[in-house]
Design a protein around this ligand. Structure first.
Ligand code: PXP
Length: 247
C-alpha cells in the first residue's frame, strides 16, 4: 500500500486587497483585516509581498499583520540589504525570497539562485539567525535546485507560472516537470511549496503532487472573493486542494 501523502496547506496572499486600497489612497480595504478573515476561514498562513516600489503592501501592514495574525506570516521579499534588514527587525515566521523588477505586473520567473549564490546564501544565513524560515522561489530547473541546496535554505517554492499559463499537452508537460522536480527537492531534504497563477480550475493537479506540502495563492482567491466573499473563497480553495489530495 502506498503511504498517504502529507496534508497540504494553503497560504493566502492578500496583496491585492492592498492594491485596491492604494488605487485610491484610502485606508480601506485593509489587507491585515483580510489576512485575519482568511486565517479564520482556514488559511494556514498569510503571505504578503513588500515590494521595493511599495505598490501595494506597506511596511506598517507587515508590522500590524505580524502582531495580530494567529497563523504564520510569510513575507515575500527581494534580496536587498533594506529588505533583509527590515525582515530581521519584524521577524515574520517565514520569508520567501523572490526576484523583483519594477516594471513587472507580478513576479515573473523564479529567483536565479545559481547566478547569485553568494548574495542569496548570505541573506539566508541572516534571516535564519533571526529565526525566519526561508523559502527560495525558483523555477523547476536542476541548476537552481543544486544552488538552492547549497544556500542552506530549508524550503523552496516552485514557480507554477509556466504551468498555469500553458494549455493542453504543454500544461501536462509542465506539470510533469514540476512533479519530478518536487520529488528531487524532497528527496534532497527540502520542504517543497509551490505557487503562482493557481486557481480553482488548475489547482487540483498540482495539489496531487505528494511532496508539495504548501500552496501560496493570491490573485484568484481575492478575485473570487469579490463575488462570494473572502471566507467562502478561501474555503472553496481549501476544499479543491484537499479533495484533490484525498484529505
Ligand atoms: N508565490 C510567490 C512567490 C509570488 O510572488 C506570488 C505572487 O505574489 C504568489 C505565490 C501568488 O501568485 P498568485 O497571486 O498568482 O496566486
Amino acid at each position: 500500500m502506498q503511504a498517504r501523502p502529507a496534508a497540504i496547506r494553503l497560504g493566502v496572499n492578500v496583496d491585492h486587497v492592498a492594491t485596491v486600497r492604494q488605487a485610491r489612497g484610502t485606508d480601506y480595504p485593509d489587507p491585515v483585516e483580510a489576512g485575519l478573515l482568511a486565517a479564520a476561514a482556514g488559511a494556514h498562513s498569510i503571505t504578503i509581498h513588500l515590494r521595493e516600489d511599495r505598490r501595494h503592501i506597506q511596511e506598517h501592514d507587515v508590522r500590524r499583520l505580524k502582531s495580530r495574525c494567529p497563523v504564520p506570516v510569510n513575507l515575500e521579499m527581494a534580496v536587498t540589504e533594506d529588505m533583509v534588514a527590515f525582515a530581521c527587525r519584524v521577524k515574520p515566521q517565514c520569508a520567501c525570497l523572490v526576484p523583483e523588477r519594477r516594471q513587472e505586473l507580478t513576479t515573473e520567473g523564479g529567483l536565479d539562485v545559481a547566478g547569485h549564490e553568494a548574495e542569496i546564501s548570505a541573506a539566508c544565513r541572516r534571516l535564519a539567525r533571526a529565526g525566519i524560515a526561508v523559502a527560495l522561489f525558483i523555477d523547476p530547473e536542476p541548476a537552481q535546485l543544486k544552488a538552492a541546496l547549497r544556500t542552506g535554505a530549508p524550503h523552496i517554492e516552485i514557480h507554477t507560472g509556466a504551468y498555469a499559463e500553458a494549455r493542453g499537452a504543454r500544461q501536462q508537460r509542465e506539470r510533469a516537470r514540476i512533479a519530478r522536480f518536487a520529488a528531487q527537492a524532497h528527496a534532497a531534504g527540502l520542504e517543497v511549496h509551490a505557487g503562482h497563477g493557481l486557481n480553482l480550475d488548475n489547482v487540483a493537479s498540482i495539489a496531487r503532487i505528494a511532496p508539495i506540502v504548501e500552496l501560496n495563492i493570491g490573485h484568484s482567491i481575492i478575485a473570487r472573493a469579490l463575488f462570494v466573499g473572502l471566507p467562502a473563497a478561501v474555503a472553496e480553495m481549501r476544499r479543491a486542494m484537499t479533495d484533490a489530495r484525498g484529505w
